[in-house]
Design a binder for this molecule. Structure first.
Ligand code: XMP
Length: 520
């Protein structure tokens, strides 16, 4: 548990529901700091936190009677802070305290009407009927002593329950999902009205505390940081720099397959603007040489990943020569941390084989991860607090192997140049149309075919660019974007007019699944 910068802390015990990250998000939206902890967390461990204001028991796929179903430490009820059980969490509370949980006739999944009987605490200030999101098989059929229902649905007499005296609450529905009307208010009532939180989790406080932590950890030693120009590494680097100044050494590797002007922008922003100690390694020739003749996408990934590690290691060795280089900074985010602590963990993370841009594992550094308590959108708020420009904070994701997996077939200088120019036009026009932030990714792909065209009186035989634009929450599934015809039109005509070697543009209208976002 890490809660240095707040006076308030909510513990969320993770019983494996797919919605668990959402619970944490909803809590933090109320400026209350929380962490997701394993279901095996004991009352003893929780009591160590003097700031503990309340406990949320999450939903989960198990049935309380199933063999191996996650249990809770009964002593948790004696800590004396309010408890809210959601779905499985509520069933677990009932089961543990002597109520009864039964298999419902049929699984209830989707929206139900919740009728509220008591508005005095958890359901304070709400309308008498709400649409709520249900997703359960079992349900509570007899309440433990001291409990009473405060809301119900047609099929579920105990839609929401409480033990007023002990401040223990349970809801059979999921207040954390957007489909539940006023779900946010229910969570807010729990935090503010019931647990007495004031909401002291702010990014300003976070910056100060994170800086203090970095200073304390690093002392007068040096930190090495791989800067890619993406959101996470940029925010981590600026934060650490604010704490320890020039003892931070950032390394930025140009692998030859970056977006147009990317290296200039990164240098301008971070070296000139933020005055970071930025070591620029132009390894583009080296990468392109290795990629010669390679057409297999996975081979390209391996070559780029492997070469990146070698280049980074060489640079790290050189910098170690400066002495005192003991730490390696990484932009690890909270979802990665949750995945490693929880029973099931969230499913929505980008495939691990994609993380080829990752840093070498066997470097003898201690890790420093100043973003490990934050969600992606919190990292953006932090970045804003640190005055990092929006162009960096709102950059669409870009794969580690870069343009190499968007050039189908062999990667060489000539086709890198063609794709850079076409891709640049796409980004410019998508930004001009005000669509850049709402689109998950928009980019060009250079196809390995030539087609016939006509320019003036001349017949041409040149390359095709495929335009790809997708909407997505996490990259796991995606829908192609219905771009306005005018935008398609201007992108297409600008590319064929301005990019030498391209005479045709096509639009990719496939979603994921069954297609993937990238073409390789
Ligand atoms: P796909 O193509 O699998 O991509 O639908 C899903 C998301 O992952 C990104 N991606 C990668 N990111 N290295 C990365 O760092 C990779 O090798 C890689 N391949 C795909 C892709 O851009 C999309 O956001």
């Amino acid at each position: 548990m890490q809660e240095a910068y707040t006076k308030e802390f909510i513990a969320i015990l993770d019983y494996g529901s797919q919605y668990n990250q959402l619970i944490a998000r909803r809590v933090r939206e109320n400026n209350v700091y929380c962490e997701i902890l394993p279901p095996t967390t004991t009352a003893e461990q929780l009591k160590k936190s003097k700031k503990l204001k309340g406990i949320i028991l999450s939903g989960g796929p198990a049935s309380v009677y199933a063999e191996g179903a996650p249990k809770m430490d009964k002593e948790i009820f004696e800590i004396g802070v309010p408890i809210l059980g959601i779905c499985y969490g509520m069933q677990l509370i009932s089961h543990t305290l002597g109520g009864k949980v039964t298999k419902a006739d049929k699984r209830e999944y989707g929206l139900s009407k919740l009728l509220i009987k008591d508005f005095s605490d958890l359901l304070w200030n709400l309308r008498s009927t709400l649409d709520v999101w249900m997703s359960h098989g079992d349900q509570v059929t007899k309440l433990p002593p001291g409990f009473e229902p405060i809301a119900y649905t047609m099929t579920c007499p105990f839609g929401a329950v409480r033990n007023r005296h002990k401040k223990i609450f349970g809801v059979q529905f999921h207040p954390e999902v957007v489909h539940t009307q006023n779900g946010k208010d229910i969570i807010k009532n729990f935090l503010i009205k019931i647990c007495g939180c004031t909401g002291d989790w702010t990014m300003k406080a976070y910056v100060k505390d994170a800086m203090d932590n970095v200073k304390k950890m690093v002392g007068d030693k040096k930190v090495l940081c791989g800067l890619s120009g993406g959101v996470d590494s940029s925010v981590a680097a600026v934060l650490i720099h604010k704490a320890i100044g020039d003892n931070l050494h950032c390394v930025f590797v140009n692998n030859g397959v970056l977006r147009k002007n990317e290296e200039d922008e990164v240098l301008k922003t971070f070296r000139d603007g933020f005055k970071l100690n930025l070591h620029y390694v132009d390894a583009s020739e080296r990468f392109l040489n290795k990629l010669k003749g390679i057409t297999n996408p996975e081979e390209k990934r391996k070559i780029i990943g492997g070469e990146f590690i070698r280049v980074f290691e060489e640079e790290a060795k050189r910098l170690e020569g400066l002495g005192g280089m003991e730490f390696l900074a990484q932009g690890t985010l909270y979802p990665d941390v949750i995945e490693s602590v929880s029973t099931k963990g969230p499913s929505a993370v980008i495939k691990s084989h994609h993380n080829v841009g990752g840093l070498p594992k066997d470097l003898k550094f201690k890790l420093i991860e100043p973003l490990r308590e934050l969600f992606k959108d919190e990292v953006r708020v932090l970045g804003k607090e640190l005055k990092i420009p929006d162009e960096i904070l709102w950059r669409q994701p870009f794969p580690g192997p870069g343009l190499a997996v968007r050039i189908l077939g062999e990667v060489n200088k000539e086709n890198v140049e063609i794709l850079k120019n076409a891709d640049h036009i796409i980004t410019e026009e998508i930004k001009k149309a005000g669509l850049y932030r709402s689109i998950w990714q928009s980019f060009g792909v250079l196809l390995p075919v030539k087609t016939v065209g006509v320019m003036g009186d001349e017949r041409t035989y040149e390359n095709v660019i495929a335009l790809r634009a997708v909407e997505s929450q996490d990259g796991m599934t995606a829908d192609w974007v219905k771009l306005p015809y005018e935008v398609l039109n201007i992108i297409s005509s600008r590319i064929v007019n301005e990019v030498r070697g391209v005479n045709r543009v096509v639009y990719d209208i496939s979603s994921k699944p069954p297609s993937t976002i990238e073409w390789e």
